[in-house]
Write a protein that binds this ligand. Structure first.
Ligand code: G4F
Length: 320
């Protein structure tokens, strides 16, 4: 996924030997890593398949494991709750169990990063949200992430495993999947600009999110695993914006008014919504020295620039 590709680049730049798991699909799901493909060791696997996972991890004996595996789409989790729970919750447990066994059998410690999520704050108890804010998940995905979070804490406390959870707020980029709202907007706005599409259907425009740049966020994942003691950290920008605002800025960037093109389709509403997320990453700033480098406006610009090029290519091929 998006984060795996940025993290792989970061680790390769630091001189790591990088091993990654990809799921088998009927087409090639590797476009995000094609440019570094030759430098990676890739395996077909799945976190829900514990025997395959165990064989692989015992063979590699890595120093660090980053668990970014998930059915990560919140709306889809209402339609596929069991698969979401298996990949997000049991997948995490499967990895932790292998780390626990390897520690006992071979006296080898493996540092573990768990991709926790701001979705766990859900119907928020306080604003901004920080490490001590109580959780109130609002989707099968959020509930499953909560299990992954607490089982990581539990294995840290029970078996002295070096496990950290990064509670990451929304993070986007040109590599973001096209069904997440930011990328859906930048893809549509640029295609509309070039006459390839004439409208964009969205759900709740009033939802507010703390959106950062994925490339900045993978840096924080790595930093957590370099600390002397494992802890959990909120990673966020400290700014919140509505989906409507994102639309406005993205279309403005192209000289367009979103009101002329965006319509509401209730099909995109969720059975229960997370209305507002805003993170306080003071702990990450003071203890890890991590700060976000990319502003909201710059993030939108980066995504629009990338998607405009994609739309131009699309138009070129369509005209041949
Ligand atoms: O882009 P979204 O689908 O992201 P969401 O649900 O906040 O989840 C993302 O961030 C989490 C971190 O908090 C991750 F854990 C998770 O894996 C994922 O990466 O939706 C953002 C907001 C929602 O409130 C949604 O209702 O946008 C609203 N929205 C409005 N119209 C839409 C749409 N979302 C999508 N995907 N598609 C729409 O048409």
């Amino acid at each position: 996924g998006q984060d795996g590709s940025y993290l792989a680049e970061l680790l390769l730049n630091k001189g790591y030997e990088v091993h990654g798991i990809i799921r088998r699909t009927s087409n090639f799901p590797t476009t995000r890593i094609d440019h570094i493909h030759k430098d990676l060791n890739l395996y077909y696997g799945d976190v829900t398949d514990s025997s395959c996972l165990s064989r692989m991890i015992r063979q590699i004996l890595p120093d660090e494991i980053y668990n970014l595996a998930a059915q990560s789409h919140v709306k889809v989790s209402f339609q596929e709750p069991v698969y979401t729970s298996n990949s997000v919750s049991i997948g995490t447990l499967n990895i932790l169990e292998i780390i626990r066994d390897i520690k006992e059998d071979l006296d080898k410690s493996i540092r573990f990063y768990q991709a926790s999520s701001s979705e766990m704050f859900g119907k928020v108890y306080e604003t901004p949200q920080k490490e001590t804010t109580p959780f109130y998940p609002r989707s099968p995905y959020g509930v499953a992430k909560l299990y992954g979070h607490w089982i990581t804490v539990n294995y840290r406390e029970s078996y002295n495993i070096f496990g950290c959870s990064g509670i990451l707020f929304n993070h986007e980029s040109p590599r973001r999947g096209e069904t997440f709202v930011t990328r859906k907007i930048t893809r549509a706005a640029t295609r509309i600009k070039l006459g390839l599409q004439n409208k964009l259907l969205l759900g709740n425009l009033d939802a507010k999110r703390d959106w950062g740049y994925a490339k900045d966020y993978v840096e924080a994942m790595w930093m957590m695993l370099q600390k002397e003691t494992p802890e959990d950290y909120v990673i966020s920008t400290g700014e919140t914006h509505s989906v409507r605002e994102f639309c406005e800025l993205a279309f403005n960037e192209l000289g367009l008014n979103y009101r002329d093109f965006v319509s509401i389709d209730p099909i995109y509403y969720r059975p229960s919504e997370v209305d507002l997320l805003l993170g306080d990453s003071h702990k990450a700033k003071t203890q890890l020295g991590w700060t976000p480098q990319t502003s909201f406006n710059d993030l939108i610009r980066i995504m629009i620039e990338n998607d405009l090029q994609l739309a131009e290519k699309e138009k070129f091929y369509a005209s041949r």
